[in-house]
Design a protein around this ligand. Sequence first.
Ligand code: ATP
Ligand code: MG
Length: 442
Amino acid sequence: MVKYRANIKKGDVKLKTFTEVLLNYFQKLNINLPKNLEIDNIQMDSKKVEKGSLFIAINNGYNYIDEALKKGAELIICDKSPTNESEKIIKVLNSIDFLQNIAKLYREKLCTKIIAVTGSEGKTTTKDLIHGVLSTKYKTQKTLGNYNNQIGLPFTLLQLKESDEIAVLEMGMSNLGEIDLLSKIARPDYAVITNIGDSHLEFLKNRDNVFKAKTEVLNYVNKNNTLVYGDDFYLKNLEALKIGFENKNDYIINNFIEIYEGVNFFLNNEKYFVPLNGLYNVVNASFAIALGKIFEMSYDEIKNALKNIKITSMRFEKIEKNKILFINDAYNASPVSMKMALNAFSSLPLNKKKVVVLGDALELGDKEIEYHVDILTEALKYEFDKVFVYGERMKKALDELNNPKIIHFTKKEEIRDELNKTGDVAVLLKGSRGMKLEEIIM
Ligand code: ATP
Ligand code: MG
């Protein structure tokens, strides 16, 4: 196996401050900024503006310029003519372009190592796991929540401080060219691709295009610094560091045992525990371990960090309510992640009856009903105690399947009442964000 070493040098590059970057940017455009400018934070939400803020008015942020000024904003960028005459307001052609340009220039001045995490499923979880491990040794930042798009990613970059050693950034996309743009801005030093699935087919149509779109990041990252899920049909042929269950991988996962609290497993003959369920999370955790090694952490350091990890909510989150154990995985859903969740739920060691509640998976394009039929067929294989479905796509799929074991509900309250009647059960909630299945837990 090749050994990779990160080269984190502290304080060997003299960094300019963000304000200097900003002054330079506008100087080139022959725009004068107010004298003695001192920016110490950057905001897109006027509610968060305070003294020293640079407020970038994006979309309807324009309506909050007065509020930002009152709150003491140091400078305001907008792309429509301001009604207020303050010298603190600078008009640019396009606020989003400005945000991206300035983030790119600022990033160039930072020696922070940037790790980009992309893939169809598991980006947020993997990002949190990588951050959870690396932050125990290095000053590490990460994308907040799901800020993974053309606005969220540059905004995250602008929050970095010169002293940040590592930043783990999630890169999302719904079409070709988007990951390319994010990579141009963030110039990642490392890339992680979790898998190639069926999300965003509305625009991309097929997995070949998903593969093309996700791998755009690789034009910017050295293959020695690229980590992928090596058992994936598409990713297995890439030149990269591969992680997976099959023996040909550089990092091989085996001997996994799932318990209620999480999974015990071995990665290249070293034993770890991750307090998350589902084998897909062992893959996600293995990316964090591999990066821990790359960043020269010891086995004990990595093992202990992983054991204590906290993850963003609504990802297979266990919640007890009125004697019902909810497994809230309702943050989002795609055909792949639904199957993953069904599998993880079925293998969860529990002495309880198991009920699954599945909501529609959105953004699947023309074949959406076919995908839903496929998901329901998979759900039936596990012989759960009950399968409840919610949403019009699920309804259409059920009409095609015509299986009496699956019950369709039109109201979440009805699902809740039905569950309360049953009592002492474990319930998996899985559906797209738009379905808000977590509302069933009350
Ligand atoms: P989004 O595109 O909404 O930002 P994401 O890629 O950030 O999603 P997560 O939020 O981490 O993904 O996980 C979403 C769901 O995907 C999880 O609840 C789980 O069911 C499934 N999942 C997580 N990791 C993987 C993986 N490595 N492979 C396949 N499915 C996964
Ligand atoms: Mg995400």
